[in-house]
Structures are given as C-alpha cells and as structure tokens.
Write a protein that binds this ligand. Structure first.
Ligand SMILES: [Ca+2]
Ligand SMILES: [Ca+2]
Ligand SMILES: [Cu+2]
Length: 320
C-alpha cells in the first residue's frame, strides 16, 4: 500500500479526541511570509507513483500566507506540553512506530513488525520524548523536529500556538520557493556538486546507511541551506502533516483551464476523525531512490489522523 510504505498506520484503541483548549493568540513567530501568487502544482517530470495522484499538473493561485521556516522542534513541543499538559496519541496508546535501526528498547518492548514494511517496528514506550523507545530521550535533540506526533497532536499544537497547519497547496508552493516546476527546493538535480542538500537515505535501504549526509534519523530543523523563501528541510528529514484530507483523485478533479484559487480538500463526511487519511508532504530520512522517491516537492503521501511514527512531524502556517 503506497500510503504506508514510508510510515505505517497506527491501529489505536478507541481514544477520545483531545480536550478542547482555548486557541492561542495569533502568532507568526518563526514564520516567513509568502506573497500571493500562482504556481504549477504537481509533478512536471513524471517521477511520481501513479497511485499518489501527483498529476495532472495544474495552475494554483494562493493568497498571501505565512509558514514556519522549520518543522516544529522538540524544544517548541516541550513548551506546548508544559503549558497545556497535552498527552500525545502515542503516549496515551503507549506505542508508536520506530525504524528498526533506531530502536532503543528492551526486546520485550518491541511488539511487532508492520505488515509489508518489516523495517517498521511497533515499540512500546516510543513517543516524542523517547523517539527510539524507552531507552532513548530527546536530551540532545532539542533543535530536531518533534516526531511521534499524530495529525491530531499537530492540530492541538497549532491551535495553542496561534497558528494552523498549512494546506497541501500552501506547503508545496512554499517548498518550491519560487522555482516553478522544479523537482527539488533548489532545482532539478539531487546533487549539485558533492554535498547533500537534504537528509534522506544513502546506501542500501533498509539495512546499510552510509550516512553521506551525516544523519541516520532526524537532523536539526535548520540543517542544510534553506530555499529561496527561507524554508529548511521541506524535502527529507521528516514527513510533514498538512491540513487537507488526502485523496489520490484530488488533482484530477481540480484540473481546469484557469487557476484554482486557494484549494483545500473537502472533508470526508461521516468518517471517524481518527481514521481520516491526511496529507503528508516532503518525505523523510528514510526516502531512497530504490524504495521511495518521495523526497521531491511534488510528492504526496498520507496517513490516518491518529498515526504517529519516528519520521512524521509538522510545521505550521497562518493566514496573511
Ligand atoms: Ca540521512
Ligand atoms: Ca520535511
Ligand atoms: Cu519516502
């Protein structure tokens, strides 16, 4: 199943939605402003997986908006948790998905392998404070993106912070940084010169990582050069939740001669909120040509709103 190849879905016990909390006062701290404009959304290169729905390429017009320059970090998420007492879905459920080479847990805490993706292990006690499992912590990772957060956790953070999640169109427009129809935030070539420009996988997936880019799992949120809009690590590092519900047919239904204005996916009616497939963008430290080339600005993936794993995080946006 393409949507689970980079990050498995959780099947959590019935859990109540997070308690409603007062919304924080609007804040654009850490955000860059993206001016109103048009761009071509989707895969102009024929690189994508057909089932992901990266085509047809279509013209999109966006109002101006603001978006975080980096993914939300562990330090930022810790401030939120201190202020609100928020308990993430992974903490409440007591389990989250960890890449096999990143597991730091007693054997008894390694519960199962994900079907079809045996490099994903369900680890008891893996959560945002313990990204590899109970024998790990975020002590040295304050400036790394927070992971093991579900879409619903991301919503709770954004609301508290006076922000919101980006729409899928906003995410892609910002990640492109004005380079129309390019593959990556810096152009069309993965490597220009010898230095890596993003944190993905080098070597033989999933066993041997040569660490050419310096990172087996997450890199600091500001690692690597930002794009022309000032955004770091849109592609690679961690997948990033977007606001929209995911449908592979979304672009096909939008395509029309004139630009689509401020698109957002319709909310699916009558579905359990926890099980709605939500868009994730940008790929992660596990992406590799041989397995999943979703480290491109056009690439799309999804997971259910309750899911979490060691390679999914988020950044926030704002109107205006
Ligand atoms: Ca890497
Ligand atoms: Ca990313
Ligand atoms: Cu991938």
């Amino acid at each position: 199943m393409p949507s689970s190849c980079c990050a498995p879905s959780a099947s959590r016990a019935d859990a109540p939605a997070s308690p409603a909390r007062p919304r924080g006062e609007r804040s654009t701290r850490g955000q860059v402003r993206v001016p109103a404009g048009d761009f071509w959304m989707g895969d102009s290169h024929g690189d994508g997986y057909a089932t992901d729905g990266e085509t047809p390429v279509h013209r999109v017009r966006l109002s101006s908006y603001a978006i975080d320059a980096t993914a939300v970090t562990n330090a930022e998420f810790a401030t939120f948790v201190e202020a609100t007492g928020h308990v993430t879905e992974a903490e409440r459920d007591g389990v989250s998905a960890v890449f096999h080479l990143a597991v730091r847990a007693a054997p008894a805490d390694v519960l199962q392998r994900a079907a079809g993706t045996p490099w994903w292990l369900a680890v008891r006690g893996a959560d945002w404070r313990h990204p590899g499992g109970p024998r790990s912590d975020v002590g040295d990772l304050a400036d790394h993106p927070v992971v093991h957060v579900s879409w619903r956790d991301a919503q709770a953070y954004a609301s508290w912070a006076g922000k919101r999640l980006p729409t899928e169109a906003e995410w892609e427009h910002a990640a492109r940084g004005g380079l129309d129809r390019a593959r990556y935030p810096w152009g069309d070539e993965l490597l220009d010169g010898s230095a890596w420009r993003c944190n993905i996988w080098q070597g033989d997936f999933p066993r041997r990582n040569t660490l050419d880019d310096g990172h087996l799992t997450t890199a600091p949120a500001t690692a690597f050069e930002p794009n022309a809009y000032g955004l770091h690590n849109t592609v690679g590092n961690v997948w990033e939740w977007c606001q929209d519900a995911f449908r592979p047919t979304e672009y096909a239904e939008r395509a029309r001669p004139d630009a689509v204005v401020d698109p957002r996916a319709a909310e699916p009616p009558g579905t359990d909120e926890a099980l709605v497939e939500r868009v994730m963008r940008g790929g992660s430290y596990l992406c590799h040509d041989s397995y999943c080339n979703r480290y491109r600005v056009a690439a799309r993936s999804s997971n259910t709103a309750e899911s979490s794993s060691g390679n999914i995080g988020f950044r926030c946006a704002n109107d205006g």
